[in-house]
Write a protein that binds this ligand. Structure first.
Ligand SMILES: Cc1ncc(C[n+]2csc(CCOP(=O)(O)OP(=O)(O)O)c2C)c(N)n1
Ligand SMILES: [Mg+2]
Length: 365
């Protein structure tokens, strides 16, 4: 078994120069799979840039970019099967897209409308974006428990950041997954920062993967900027889970090339040199070089792909902007059985403001 007892090794199939490392798994001969990775990562990188520009021009809420971390979500989205349940956190745009969440839905969510979390299709059973750190891991263990009790061959896959692994909400479900042999896959996006807290101040553990040892489950590191390494590892962990062989922790080592969110300015706490060095390892260029060398990619294909992605993104933005605004009552009406008087007053003020803005665009500009 490739991954057993390797909590410290960092698996990699394509190095930072785009060159193959060691013996490649046979599935990597499937050029369609490699091209699907590349298409998704390219689309999500361009989409991400567009969402940040919408936010900068007052047309979007606070947004968590996934710049530099596209390989993780892409690998997860390709490895999950329709019967599995994906429990994401807020940097999983690529995985959500591959599960069938549409670009307008993502924009709707980040634009402040929870209906963007109302998924259909394959994603219908998936969980919504989770902002409270690590709480989603407890939900995922609950889902995995249900699969186990019902004897279903399904897996729950949950993601979180390396900062989230410091919380009880991470350790407790992982412990349960070990003792109950749950069909759970935990994928940690170790992007080296938790807002302004660097990895070395986050935990005394040498790796995040080794936290699996205490829970009695398998854990290992993969190069999170090598989409093939992440895919192979997640695929392995999902198959193991569906076969009733228990949980796995996959630490995907990457780097947050962006600010924490659009509400953050990382230049206040991060060295420029560190970020420049990380750019040399980013995932999209690496796969592009690998594809070029295999004769699967060229400049013309690149231009065509970028044009297709841009068109898809612009259509997504248009569809989002055409969505009706939600009635402000929705903000108030589901909190209490009987709305307290002070909220009734707030609701009235909010309704008056909404009526004044009614003529403007989605954000009242
Ligand atoms: C329970 C809780 N505590 C604090 C926060 C504020 N918060 C938002 S993101 C974040 C850091 C998360 O870092 P990490 O887990 O590494 O994920 P990343 O954002 O780096 O992907 C914190 C502390 C929160 N959202 N929820
Ligand atoms: Mg982090």
């Amino acid at each position: 078994m490739l991954y057993t007892k390797t909590p410290y090794a960092q698996h990699q199939f394509i190095d930072t120069e785009g060159k193959a490392v060691g013996n490649l798994p046979s599935w990597m001969e499937n050029s369609e799979q490699l091209l699907r990775f590349y298409r998704t990562m390219t689309l999500i990188r361009l989409f991400d840039k567009r969402v940040v520009s919408l936010q900068r021009t007052g047309q979007m809420g606070t947004y968590a970019s996934c710049l530099g971390q596209e390989a993780i979500g892409t690998a997860i989205g390709c490895a999950l099967q329709p019967q599995d349940v994906f429990v994401p956190y807020y940097r999983d745009q690529a995985a959500q897209y591959l599960r069938g969440v549409t670009l307008p839905q993502m924009l709707q969510y980040w634009g402040g409308d929870e209906w963007g979390n109302h998924f259909t299709g394959t994603a219908a059973g998936d969980f919504p974006n989770c902002v409270p750190i690590a709480t989603q891991v407890t939900h995922a263990a609950g889902i995995a428990s249900a699969f186990k009790i019902r004897g279903e061959k399904r897996a729950a896959l949950v993601t979180c950041g390396e900062g989230a692994t410091s919380r009880g909400d991470f350790y407790e479900p992982m412990n349960l997954a070990g003792v109950w042999q749950l069909p759970l896959v935990l994928v940690v996006n170790n992007n080296q920062w938790a807002i302004s807290v660097p990895r070395h101040l986050q935990t005394g553990a040498a790796t995040i993967a080794q936290k699996a040892v205490a829970a009695g489950i398998e854990g290992f590191q993969v190069d999170g900027n090598d989409v093939c390494a992440v895919y192979d590892a997640v695929q392995y962990a999902l198959e193991k889970a569906r076969a009733g062989k228990g949980a796995t922790l996959v630490e995907a080592v990457t780097y947050r090339l962006c600010d924490h969110t659009t509400a953050d300015d990382a230049t206040r706490y991060r060295d420029h040199e560190e970020v420049s060095a990380a750019w040399l390892k980013e995932p999209v260029k690496r796969l592009q070089t690998f594809l070029h060398e295999r004769g699967l990619w060229n400049e013309q294909k690149e231009q065509q792909l970028v044009a297709e992605c841009q068109a898809e993104i612009e259509q997504g933005v248009k569809d989002f902007q055409a969505l009706p605004l939600q009635p402000v009552d929705d903000l108030f009406d589901y909190l209490f059985d009987t709305t307290p008087p002070h909220l009734i007053a707030q609701r009235e003020r909010a309704k008056q403001k909404a009526a004044r803005l009614a003529g403007g665009n989605r954000h009242g500009h």
